[in-house]
Design a protein around this ligand. Structure first.
Ligand code: MEZ
Length: 536
């Protein structure tokens, strides 16, 4: 039930709607943008960061939550490593989301034996949470060059240019591959692929499956995988990687979540595709991520000596639901803003161009809340309004029903009809912009260790452009699958040791880190720290 102040504030939004319809708000000029980000974006909050004391990225800063993981201790002891492995394979893929499944399909097609292990069930991943679409330059007038320029501008010109070149150039063939598997992208009346607008892009470039694009991709990838000769082990997250003692990755230790026992896997090559870290609730933010997104790739790859990239930057998606309380953190797709929904403060005023880059829009929302123009929910969260009914006013009645059925359904569970009512939102922790540093074949700085998807770092620079994550998991999932299969076919199984863990423990001791917590974390810690941010 909304309180009086919520009702009054929503009425101000309703009252100003007609005047706001068609109103233009300028994009932030570059100098003002920088000031806004410095002051309000969580990535710029100095006290949220600290420098790493050990490992390949020692001296570099990351948020405390990630530093705790990277400076954490392995949960395994030497005795947990079995001399007779539970599984032996050519290629071990860790992670059963879009990147992992794509890599598995590609590697299997290349002829190697593949084992895929995943923390929860096959498909439980951030891929299924992706709503608004996949960026790919397939339309006349668009081009990979234009896609490259939009992306690098959004990424603060920090993106790894080689990775980005591969992403945009291979986008069309990756799309063909998805179509050949049976993905049902939206089409126009003539049966051609339809492209939609996203935020911060120079032209409509999003391929969509209404507002559940990632779910559709995962449906198809999962089906394809189930019909392949790939062994899948569910409820078995990786807790440590194995090495030959000379820096080469040779397998992993998995934890059987049914009985908490460790399992040893020998593999000639390993691909880590465990996704992002939203469930660490960095800086106390709620998250749009799936339950298993606890950044597992980071500590296990780091202990093995893999370099990380851009671990100081995270994406706070501007529009996470904050009301009703059970919806807190849930993604309200950016596509709805691209379709005309406006952001409005408690006074009924717009304050940002809704299609500016995500970091700018998120910072502007936080500014409204900090400066007292936000709305407070009955449980004490702060946010602003997303004027969803405008979408039908601008595009014609029925648009919300046909293009955003998932949003309609999610809010209708709480008797909120987004065709008639604005909804309350605040930035939600959405994406790990950085991760394990990779080259164009998903190769990490450790031989035999490949990384794909959100667990990797470099492609997205300091702010990922909407829709590039779905393309990333397909393009780089395929590349990692191909490269790891070729590597596995050209090498023999090396010894499988935990020597690197012993070295890492020495480094922890030498750095005076005496009581490290265990990492990876695997299951989120639900002390409700996120309240600190959205309620302050
Ligand atoms: O790429 C994304 O993060 C995405 C498409 C999200 C969304 O707003 O729908």
């Amino acid at each position: 039930m909304a309180t009086d102040s919520l009702t009054e504030s929503r009425e101000r939004v309703d009252a100003s709607r007609a005047a706001r319809k068609g109103q233009t708000v300028a994009l932030f000029p570059p100098a003002e943008k920088e000031v806004l980000l410095q002051k309000y974006h969580p990535d710029y909050k100095a006290e949220a960061y600290r420098a790493l004391r050990i490992g390949p990225n020692a001296g570099q800063k990351t948020v405390h939550e990630v530093a705790d993981l990277l400076e954490g201790d392995s949960p395994v002891a030497q005795a947990d490593l079995k001399s007779v492995p539970d599984y032996t394979t050519d290629l071990l893929i860790i992670g059963g989301g879009g990147a992992g499944c794509t890599a598995a399909l590609t590697a299997r097609a290349a002829g190697v034996k593949v084992l895929l292990a995943t923390k929860l069930r096959l498909g439980d991943s951030n891929t299924v949470m992706a709503e608004g679409g996949m960026q790919v330059a397939v339309k006349p007038g668009d081009s990979p060059v234009r896609h490259f320029l939009d992306t690098i501008k959004g990424g603060h010109f920090a993106n790894d240019r080689e990775l980005l070149k591969v992403l945009v150039e291979e986008g069309p063939s990756a799309t063909q591959w998805l179509l050949s598997l049976g993905v049902l992208f939206d089409r126009d009346d003539d049966g051609n692929l339809r492209v939609r607008s996203g935020g911060a892009t120079s032209t409509p470039r999003l391929l969509t499956c209404k507002d559940y694009t990632g779910l559709e991709l995962m449906r198809v990838l999962k089906d394809a995988l189930i019909n392949e000769d790939v062994q899948v082990v569910e409820f078995a997250p990786a807790v440590e990687l194995l090495s030959d003692g000379a820096g080469r990755c040779t397998g992993a230790i998995l934890k059987n979540l049914d009985n908490n026992r460790f399992m040893t896997v020998h593999a000639k090559a390993v691909i880590v595709a465990t996704g992002g870290s939203g469930r660490l609730h960095i800086q106390g933010f709620p998250t749009s991520n799936h339950f298993g997104a606890t950044g597992d790739a980071l500590p296990i790859a780091y202990r093995l000596g893999a370099e990380l990239a851009f671990i100081d930057t995270f994406q706070y998606h501007p529009t996470g639901a904050i009301y009703p309380e059970p919806m807190a953190g849930l993604l309200v797709t950016e596509a709805i803003r691209a379709a005309g929904a406006q952001l409005v403060n408690r006074l009924g005023e717009r304050f940002v161009n809704e299609t500016d880059t995500r970091d700018v829009v998120a910072a502007a929302i936080i500014r409204e809340c900090v400066e007292g123009r936000g709305v407070i929910t009955p449980s004490g969260r702060r946010g602003v309004w997303l004027d969803a009914p405008l979408v039908d006013l601008v595009n014609g009645e029925g648009t919300l029903d046909t293009r955003f059925p998932n949003m309609r359904k999610l809010f209708s569970r709480y008797d909120i009809d987004i065709r008639a009512e604005s909804v309350l939102i605040h930035p939600t922790l959405h994406y790990q912009n950085g991760g394990v540093k990779i080259g164009v074949n998903g190769d990490s700085t450790v031989a035999g260790l490949f990384v794909a998807g959100e667990a990797s770092g470099g492609l997205h620079g300091r702010n990922r452009l909407m829709g590039n994550s779905l393309l990333d998991i397909i393009v780089f999932g395929r590349r990692a699958g191909q490269a790891a299969a070729a590597y596995a076919a050209s090498t023999t199984q090396g010894p499988a040791t935990l020597d690197h863990v012993a070295h890492f423990r020495d480094a922890l001791r030498q750095a005076g880190i005496t009581a490290p917590s265990a990492s990876p974390r695997l299951i989120p810690d639900y002390v409700r720290r996120e309240e600190a941010t959205t309620r302050s």
